[in-house]
Ligand binder design. Structure first.
Ligand SMILES: [Mn+2]
Length: 391
């Protein structure tokens, strides 16, 4: 059977809402056309209480995806077309996560019958058996999907130990999760769980959350990345898309990354040595014109990185106006030494915020304090979520 894994579509992402829609929809429908089973890796929505319009949009996309897979199945595909074949499975991500007893949007879609929620559950999918003409002799294939929805990083160790989903004997086993693991970041943090802490016994580990594609554990751990640009990191220049695992293919070609069409993104770096702010500004403007002169298929996202040094004691270098260009989505990443201190602090703050939402930062502090006061971290979190007003 073929399993497609799409993650982090971020429907409703405010900065590039149209891109999230177009690219998320394209990835899900394209994946449905290539696979027997579609697995969603979390952060399908950008927020835990999406707008009704966004919920409807995703519901419609999932209905279309199911129809595509159902039609193939009815047409002699490898899976039975009889309902209720679980064509679409998935977990919630960190963006969709809510308190334990509160409904999250993925669980809601599942309760509406649009997909199966894999959080702490194992769902077995069985093929109808290959057609005799294909030489399969009616042999059926079993796939088992287990999952763990996104949770705060400092609770992962414990949560992994408490999971009740488990690999199924005689099946090809998939574990779906949505976390930052120690090996995923350049500077490992001790508080993070390691890929070695992942539950053993699975043939494939499919992970969302990380927005740039990568493969680890000798190709057994697949991270497709997001389908929309969110962080403007250099590594997001690489193609966005999803994975297809073909359990019947030769071992070396069992997984394949399928790119989708996305808004173009280019990063350009300018280095300076003791430059005057006016000279820097002129160079940035020149570089921007050079980039804009290229033949873009669509309005591009352009990031210009500045590094090196400004002339000693140079005044403010305000490049914010350049970001208001109507011809492109421009972002100037000013890392010049000696640049405006306030701007540097702001950039640092934004970078920190980019990694964690204010709520996550606050929750991490609360759990730490609770630990010192002898209150279990999960209890502190439950209390916080119970008494905090959402949205
Ligand atoms: Mn995400």
């Amino acid at each position: 059977m073929r399993v497609a894994f799409v993650s982090d579509t971020h429907f409703g992402y405010p900065r590039f809402e149209a891109d999230a829609s177009v690219q998320g929809r394209a990835a899900i429908l394209d994946a449905a056309s290539r696979a027997d089973v579609l697995v969603l890796g979390g952060d399908i929505f950008d927020s835990r209480i999406p707008k009704l319009e966004t919920i409807l949009e995703v519901a419609v996309v999932l209905q279309e995806a199911r129809k595509i897979m159902q039609a193939k199945a009815a047409d002699g595909g490898s899976v039975g077309a009889e309902a209720p074949f679980p064509f679409i499975l998935g977990i919630h991500g960190t963006h969709e996560r809510r308190a334990k007893d509160a409904l999250n949007p993925i669980s809601m879609l599942a309760q509406m019958g649009l997909m199966e929620d894999l959080h702490n559950k194992t769902v077995v999918v069985e093929s109808r058996g290959e057609k005799a003409s294909a030489g399969g002799g009616g042999k059926t294939e079993r796939l088992a999907f287990s999952g763990m929805g996104g949770i705060p990083d400092d609770l992962v160790h414990e949560a992994l130990g408490r999971l009740s989903c488990k690999p199924e004997a005689g099946a090809v086993n998939f574990f779906i999760f949505h976390q930052t693991m120690r090996e995923f970041i350049p500077v490992p943090l001790d508080s993070l769980a390691s890929v070695e802490d992942l539950p053993p016994g699975y043939d494939w580990y499919l992970c969302g959350h990380i927005h740039a594609r990568r493969e680890m554990m000798g190709g057994k751990l697949l991270l497709p990345g997001s389908t929309v640009m969110t962080q403007m990191k250099d590594e997001e220049k690489n193609a966005k898309g999803y994975y297809v695992v073909d359990t019947q293919a030769a071992p070396e070609s069992r997984s394949a990354f399928v790119p989708i069409s996305t808004r173009p993104f280019e990063v350009s770096e300018l280095k300076f040595e003791d430059a005057k702010p006016s000279a820097v500004r002129a160079e940035v403007e020149k570089e921007l014109e050079r980039l804009l002169a290229k033949a873009w298929k669509d309005k591009p996202i352009l990031k210009i990185k500045l590094s090196g040094k400004l002339m000693g004691g140079a005044g403010d270098l305000d490049l914010a106006a350049l970001e208001n260009d109507s011809r492109a989505f421009v972002s100037v990443d000013n890392q010049l030494e000696g640049a405006n201190l306030a701007a540097e602090l702001e950039a640092l703050k934004l970078e920190r915020m980019g990694r964690a939402t204010p709520l996550e930062l606050g929750m991490a502090m609360l759990r730490e304090q609770a630990g010192r006061a002898g209150i279990k971290p999960e209890r502190a979190q439950e209390l916080f979520e119970k008494y905090s007003k959402e949205e």
